[in-house]
Design a protein. Sequence first.
Lengths: 273, 246
Amino acid sequence: MVNSFGSGGDGRRSAAIALLSTAVFFILVAVAITHAPGWPEVRRTFFNWGEFKATFPEIARAFLLNVKIFCIAEVLILVFALFLAVLRSLQGPVFFPLRALAVVYTDLFRGIPTILVIAMLALGAPALGLSYVPTSVVFWGIVSLVLVYSAYVSEVYRAGIESIHPSQQAAARSLGLSHRQTLRRVILPQAVRRVIPPLLNDFIGLQKDTALVGTLGAIEAFQQASIDTNATFNYTAYLSAAVLFVAITIPLARFTDWLVARDRRRRDAGAVV
Amino acid sequence: MTALAVEGVTKSFGKHVVLRSIDLAVEEHEVVALIGASGSGKSTLLRCINLLERIDEGRIFLADREITGARDVNAVRRQIGIVFQSFNLFPHMNVMRNVTLAPRDVLGLSKAEAEARATELLERFGLADKRLEYPDRLSGGQQQRVAIVRALAMRPELMLLDEVTSALDPELVAEVLQVIGELAQGGMTMVLATHEMSFARDIANRVCFLDEGRILEAGTPEEIFTSPKEPRTQQFLERIIKARRL
């Protein structure tokens, strides 16, 4: 019997070599880092337990702003992106201008770096000096995130809509349902279900990009960490912020993987036609 | 009284002519079977009658009302039920919801009314215990029976059946044919495209043989299956007999 690791004694030998080389590799990396001339300094400024304990509560409080930005933006993105996707799926020559508008929009906002959109809106819009335009950086930060992420998310929705077989449309229309009823009752519910994993993937990105709003002065986790860092010349505060981000993005990432795996199992079982 | 009249209907997809001046009149309570090779235009004709395809020429009447170019296609489709080869149930809805969707959203029935109507039909066709199942938990035969019930729940004047047994495993064909037989006995007006020749012979009042978009020959099952006049009809039936499908 042949297997890819060789057989009998060879297999055990391969495993031993793999184990040994991994151990040697990590020991070498650890030795290289801890024997670097700057290591004691890095350990003091980046991995300082005392600093971590001191800064964490404050940064955690600031992180609530990230969570708030994320939650508000997410709801608005889900709605606005769906609107864009439906706009783009309209058929018939009458709707050409609307379709074109949706295409230009998605191209534009997928093309501009998010940080530029935030900078332009948060600095530019209040500069108009209109009394009814909010000047809050958080407000414009949320608007920017909604504009940018809706461009991505509408493409995800659109892929979902196009993945629904035309026979579903025919079945619904043949029962007398209007185009609108067909979209609402038959096409969209199936399309949305299909794109939940890629949607969650985009939202992992959104969770992290809430830190961009801090670059313009909103006191969220990243900005709070910067303030602490500037005060103490100790960078452990950044580690505190990183821990907080990871604490919410990793569960979401694992949940997304679980959903994808479940969908694959269902498809393999030949469940949904 | 005439339930459906098709007059000089022509349909092309690009340069490919699929239907060439089709004339067909179906009386109330009549069952008409369309037979013919794949690509002869049977399915397209059914889709045209249901306004799922736009015709190039000709006129179509439902009872005595012209439906060609009808302004309200949804109103027309409410009166015509169609069942497809591939069932096309809505996979995200259970059986009950599949059957009650159109009666509620299109006819405006209340939930209770629509469910009462659905329950009666599901019981009649032996599907009552499946009403809360999702389509992926049903066999092909059960799915197709649900699709028939879904169409019937709209109380259509006319049923169109498009090769409804072609996608089924052989052992599941009988249960679907039995349902259609029951409908015919109940006086439902039906036009069915089918490859099941012996079924067509048993159930149809009239058989139309389609060839390259024309109704080449029409008559009673007896006439078509035992003494076809057209050479093309004879050839087609010989091939069917050789394949032991008749």
